[in-house]
Ligand binder design. Structure first.
Ligand code: RAM
Length: 944
């Protein structure tokens, strides 16, 4: 037996134990753990057993691969017999990693199928209810009027309770509940909540793709009478969504579909399926809207309603309906869960008698509060908000109908716990009114909600501000990655595509997003137009669809629709997920065809005479450009639209993105073996580059619109390789002319520091990172930000806040650079099977420690400055991968590993001096290098 290598962290479809998983051929993966250097796998063996029939638990091996000679340890497709519905499959693996002896078998893992193709016995049921009436229509023109528009509470509908009872026999060995809703639901069995999934079934392009969830409820059912209950609320289906708070985006009536399956030891399966035996009633939830809040009148509680024996004679039989079922799909990706609990750190009083709770962190989530001894009928209001005004009171940063953000609790008079499960808010502070006594901070906890994906990046440096910045970026992603990637959770909660494309690199470093992206892309494919247009918001719900149709009349713009290309590609780079590429290739191709068709309508008559110029995108219509870059965007009243028709509309940025997406799609075509497509796309990219040069680059190598944004993007997308030095020099000048400050928005910020570090301007990258004057990341921190702001100046220097979002990921895209440059962790091959570690220490930081959780296992990089200009750089490279390590400013003869020279070291595969740096090839394992760091002149030299 080989004890130096262990197999662990088994995953199925990139998750630990997914259920329900309705995938015909799930991909299996594992990690190798070893204390040795240079470990790689040369063979594996997988064994899968099925637990379909409860009488022969685990005994049937259904797929045994035997020894397979392969280094593959990620994305190995299951290739055994056809998988059955409602079956738990357990599996394990062992590997060969040098030598004839395999490792021990790994601790087994499992996945469980859902209903697969067998479909549903349950049918859609609807409670007797009033349908949701959308608020009066509104349009862009109404915005000022809507700034503080009151919510018409009369339009809000109560949550519905649904119940049924059933009898279970002795001998129950397994029970599973499957459920989905039009709306959102929570489920209860015999008085206890089922599972820990929140806000199910989440938000997807419902018309095409509505997820159902599965729960193991074996332990919650006893022989005899049992009761099953559901609470149904508006959620994304019928509730308010988007900036204008329009309701009924998918439907105006709540519905439920469910089936409970009881498996007995004699092999029998009994099913309790939604249909005529269910009854409904309203209860204590007076209304529950995702944006407005939830009101509970505890006096209306119906104790025991989800327990057996409850008298439901006054309840109404539900309606059983023939509604579409084809869109029902097993949960795809990690569900939403409570991911953290935060204590209240401070309570302050306001002049009007309110009390303000501070949780010290802007989260997306809800409160859980205990109220003791309130008089019956006491009404407590909990108003959630993001920033304080000058008086320390609630500042209403949200315009539109969504700004109420208030949960209301009407006490029944006993000791009570209030936790509104059918709404959520983005907040750091909560204003409590209606409570005379001093609020007891230990009686409350804030519970953060997010899609329960892995957190994959940790960073600590010698500068606490940089650590805080990293924390803010991570929180901003978690606050926004709730089911879908949103622009912000306070104002809009919409899947604005440009924001996501811009932070895709940062997101894939910080969170385990493979399945999250697969789900988003499925909605994107459903909402893509016939002509290939990718609307700017996914899912493209009715409220925004109408707004775009009536007022904006443009559905996509450069940098936004490109998410269809950029996002799957970034995700593939992180996970090596080829299936994601295959599933989305057509959508990405159709998007690019749409761009080509759109571009061809915009070129001038003169352009048409030149085959290169006729390819570019002149973009005459709406473009957001480098959205919210300080010099091209101004605030006007409560809107910030000045940048929309600004410099971007010349076609410079549109052509940049057109080229970038074409390059990516060419690489994508290559990765999935579409060689014809690849060469066609490479030819298009070459034409676009020639056209770009003719249209937008002057004879002296300057861009026709001379902004930081444009140079950054032109460098990042390699628009003119021979002019990169000229571009870099001009970019440095532009920063200098701007008093050493950055001037980029949603698109270029992601590339600003990487471009500087990659073009000999690493010192300038650090200067911008560590600057705390406006506009900068640390300016936000100086104003007490705990998440990223939508605008560089959401808060004025004197502390005055603005009506924008205080938790928007766009400007947090610097998080990518922190990982790929400051720490220097990059992939050379998809999934990090080959790694490039190129840390870039810079002025202002003495020390950095980082850890990135790749699919192969943790990759760590830390560096520290020591006496005499010496640097100590330590790395960990996971087993079954290898790495190129680049040490800037090092000399080969002075670089040591384990106190011995690296050149000729038995654990170093290759070591060379390449100009000002040492380049090393190593296998997996831990390494610590020490070397003297020589200064590289901070000149705009191009390092490829
Ligand atoms: C805002 C959104 C989003 C952005 C668009 C252009 O309303 O918050 O961030 O993509 O505008």
């Amino acid at each position: 037996m080989n004890f130096a290598v262990r197999v662990h962290n088994l995953t199925t479809e990139y998750q630990s134990t997914p259920f329900p998983l309705d995938v015909d051929s799930p991909r299996l993966g594992w990690q190798l753990l070893s204390d040795r250097r240079g470990v790689s796998q040369d063979g594996y063996e997988i064994r899968v057993t099925a637990m379909g029939d409860p009488r022969d638990l685990d005994t049937v091996a259904i797929w045994e691969t035997g020894r397979v000679t392969s280094s593959q340890s990620i994305g190995v497709p299951y290739a055994g017999p056809v998988l059955k519905a409602r079956t738990r499959y357990r599996w394990t693996a062992r590997v060969w990693a040098g030598g004839d002896q395999p490792t021990d078998w790994a601790e087994p893992s499992w996945w469980e199928t859902g209903l697969m193709a067998e479909g549903w016995r349950g049918r859609w049921i609807e409670p007797e209810q009033h349908s949701t009436q959308p608020d009066a229509p509104c349009s862009l023109k109404d915005t000022p009027r809507l700034v503080d528009a009151p919510v018409d509470h009369a339009l809000l509908q109560p949550a519905q309770l649904i119940r049924t009872e059933f009898t279970a026999r002795p001998g129950l060995v397994r029970a599973r509940l499957y459920a989905s809703a039009h709306g959102i639901y929570t489920a209860e069995l015999n008085g206890d909540r089922i599972g820990n999934i929140e806000l199910a079934p989440e938000t997807t392009a419902y018309q095409d793709f509505l997820m159902y969830q599965g729960y193991d409820v074996t332990g919650q059912i006893a022989p005899g009478r049992n009761a099953l209950g559901f609470v149904l609320a508006d959620g994304w289906w019928a509730g308010r969504l988007g900036m204008y708070g329009k309701a009924a985006n998918y439907g105006d009536r709540l519905g439920l579909i469910t089936q409970l399956e009881l498996h007995y030891d004699d092999g029998a399966i009994e099913t309790v399926a939604s249909g005529d035996g269910f009854r409904s009633s309203t209860g204590p939830v007076v209304y529950a809207d995702l944006l407005i809040g939830q009101k509970v009148d505890a006096r209306l509680a119906l104790p025991g309603w989800s327990s057996p024996g409850f008298d439901d004679t006054g309840w109404t039989p539900v309606h059983t309906l023939d509604l579409p079922m084809e869109n029902l799909t097993a949960q795809l990706g990690e569900p939403v869960r409570v991911i953290a609990e935060l204590p209240c750190v401070e309570v302050t009083r306001t002049p009007d008698g309110g009390q303000i709770l501070d949780f010290g962190q802007l989260i997306t989530g809800r409160l859980r509060v205990r109220f003791d001894g309130l008089a019956p009928g006491t009404e407590i209001r909990l108003q959630h908000f993001q920033v304080k005004d000058a008086d320390g009171d609630c500042y209403r940063s949200i315009y539109g109908r969504n700004n109420e953000n208030t949960d209301v609790y009407v006490a029944a008079g006993a000791d009570e716990v209030f936790e509104p499960l059918l709404t959520f808010h983005a907040f750091r502070y909560v204003k409590v009114t209606g409570l005379e006594a001093d609020f007891d901070p230990t009686a409350v906890v804030a519970r953060a909600l997010s899609s329960d994906v892995d957190q994959t990046f940790q960073l600590r440096t010698s500068d606490p501000r940089v650590n805080r910045l990293q924390d803010n970026i991570r929180w901003t992603l978690r606050d926004n990655f709730l089911s879908i990637p949103t622009d912000n959770p306070d104002r809009e909660r919409a899947g604005w595509t440009g924001d996501l494309a811009a932070i895709a690199g940062t997101a894939r470093v910080n969170l385990g997003i493979d399945r999250f992206v697969a789900r988003f892309m499925r909605s994107l494919r459903a909402d893509q137009f016939d002509d290939g247009t990718v609307p700017m918001i996914i899912p493209f719900f009715k409220g925004y669809r109408e707004l775009f149709q009536e007022a904006i009349r443009v559905f996509s713009c450069a940098g936004w629709g490109d998410v269809a290309v950029i996002l799957p590609w970034e995700t593939y780079r992180a996970y090596g997920d080829v299936r994601l590429l295959e599933e989305n290739y057509q959508a990405a191709t159709r998007f690019l065809e749409y761009v080509t068709a759109t571009a061809s309508k915009t070129v001038t008559d003169q352009d048409r005479e030149d085959s290169d110029l006729s390819a570019i995108w002149r973009a005459t219509g709406l473009q957001f450009g480098d959205w919210l870059a300080p010099s091209t965007t101004g605030l006007r009243e409560d809107r910030f639209y000045d940048g929309v028709r600004g410099p971007a509309s010349t076609g410079l940025i549109p052509t940049l993105y057109y080229t970038h997406s074409t390059d990516i799609l060419a690489d994508w075509a290559h990765a999935i073996g579409r060689r014809d497509d690849e060469s066609r796309l490479r030819e298009l990219a070459a034409r676009l580059r020639r056209g770009f040069r003719k249209a937008f680059i002057g004879p002296d190598g300057s861009l026709s619109i001379d902004t930081q944004s444009n140079y950054v993007l032109a460098l990042a997308f390699h628009m003119a390789p021979d002019l990169e030095k000229t571009f870099a020099v001009r970019l440095r000048e532009l920063v200098t002319e701007n008093d050493g400050r950055l001037d980029t928005g949603f698109l270029a910020t992601a590339h600003l520091l990487p471009v500087l570090s990659d073009h000999g301007l690493n010192d300038l990258a650090y200067a911008l990172l560590l600057d705390d004057r406006y506009p900068s990341w640390l300016y936000m921190l100086r104003h007490d930000a705990t998440a990223m702001w939508e605008m560089w100046k959401a808060i004025e220097e004197d502390g005055t806040p603005t009506r924008v979002s205080y938790v928007q990921p766009g400007l947090g895209s610097v998080g990518n650079w922190l990982a790929t440059h400051a720490a220097g962790i990059q992939e050379c091959a998809p999934g990090y099977s080959r790694i490039r570690l190129h840390p870039r220490p810079g002025p202002g930081l003495d020390r950095l420690e980082s850890c990135f959780g790749s699919v192969y296992g943790p990759i760590t990089v830390s560096w520290a400055r020591e006496a005499d200009d010496h640097l100590r750089t330590a790395v960990l490279i996971p087993a079954n991968t290898s790495a190129t390590i680049i040490l800037d400013g090092a000399r080969l003869d002075e670089t040591r590993l384990d106190r011995f020279p690296v050149a000729g070291h038995p654990n170093v595969v290759a070591a060379i001096q390449d100009g000002h740096r040492v380049v090393l090839e190593v296998g997996s394992g831990r390494y610590e290098f020490t070397y003297r760091e020589y200064t590289i002149a901070d000149s705009a030299t191009v390092h490829p």
